[in-house]
Ligand binder design. Sequence first.
Ligand SMILES: Cc1ncc(COP(=O)(O)O)c(C=O)c1O
Length: 364
Amino acid sequence: MRVKFTNLYKLVPKKKEILVKINSLIKNSKFVGGEEVANFEKNFSKFTGSKYCTTVGNGTDALEIAVKSLNLKKNSEIIVPANTWISTAEAVVNNGMKLVFCDINLEDYTICIKDLKKKINKKTKAIIAVHLYGNPANMIEIKKIIKNKKIKIIEDCAQAHGTKIKKKHVGSFGDVGTFSFFPGKNLGGFGDGGAIITNSKSIFNYCKRAKDHGALKKYDHQFSGRNSRLDTIQSAVLNIKLKSYNKVISLRNKLSKIYFKKLKKINGIKVFETKKNNTYSFHQFVIKTKKRNKLRSYLLNKKIDTMIHYPYMLNELKFFPNAKLNNCKRLGDQILSLPISEEHTAKEIEYVSNKIIDFFNKKK
Ligand SMILES: Cc1ncc(COP(=O)(O)O)c(C=O)c1O
C-alpha cells in the first residue's frame, strides 16, 4: 500500500462549486477585495469566536503585522518557542525587536511553562505562543504568569484552525492571533493566505490599514504600510472550504485515535499527550523516537511518506540568537510526522501503525 503524506488535490472539497465560483469571479473581473473577502472575514471571525478579523497575504505577514500592532519600543524582548516554523522568529527580528528563545515541553511540544517563567524579565514585552501541530499551548497558565505585568500575547495559530481550550478557540486568549492558509494547512487556499484575529478595536484598526498601505479606502493613507491582501479568489475558495471544515477536524480526530491506540503501547516511541479540556485539530501527528532515521527509511521502503517538523530548532540556526534549551536538544533528530489528513482512510492509518509496530518488533 502506498501512503502519501498529503494529497493536496484530494483535499480540495466541492471542486465543482469552487470552479463555478472562480469562473464567475473571472467573468466579473473580481480579483482584489470585495464581498468575498468581507464575507470570509466575517465567517472566520465567527468561526474563531473573535470580535474582529482581517485577512492578509500569508501567515508570515500576519505575524509581522501583529507584532507591529503592539507598538513596542525597538529592542523590546519577545519570547518565542524554539520549535516552530521560522516565520514566528522572523516576525520579531524583522520588527527590530530582541528575540528570546524559550524551551518547549515534551508532552505536546508547545512552549515550556517552566522555562517561560525563567525567561521573563523587566525587558519582556511580549510572548508569541505557538499552537504547534494543532496542539494548544497552555494559554491559561501563560495568562496567569503575565497577570499584572505589561506583557502582550500573540498566538501563532498557523497550524491550529479549530484548536480550542475549554471550547474557546485559540487566538482569542491573547491580544492578537494569526493564521496561515498555506495550501498544506488544515484550512488551506489555492496559494498563500493569512488572517489576523483580535478582540481589540485599536489592534484591528491598525492591522486593517497596515495590510493595505495604511489606508481603509483608496488614497486614504494614514501611515506607511504594505500590500498584504488576501486575493478575492482565495477568499472565495476559503469561504467554501470553511463551511465543511468541522468535518475535517472530526475526521482527523477519528484517525488520530487509531495512532494513539496502536502506538501508545510501543516501547521506544513517545506519542504526544492530549488533555481532556482541549480540542485538537491534528495538523500533524508527531512521534518521538531515538531510532527516527532508521524508522523513517523503513517506512519509506514500505511506501509510507513521513516528514519532519522540524529537523532543526530555531536556536540552532546561525543567524538567530543562541540559547541552551534542554528539551530542544537533538529534538530535530528524534521527531517524525506521520501521515494524517481527512483524505486518509482508517485502513491507511492502521497500515502505517502496523508497519511501525513491525519495525520495533524486529529490532528487539
Ligand atoms: C507555526 C507557523 N507560523 C507561521 C507560518 C507562516 O505562514 P505562511 O507560510 O502562510 O507565511 C507557518 C507556516 O508554515 C507556521 O507553520
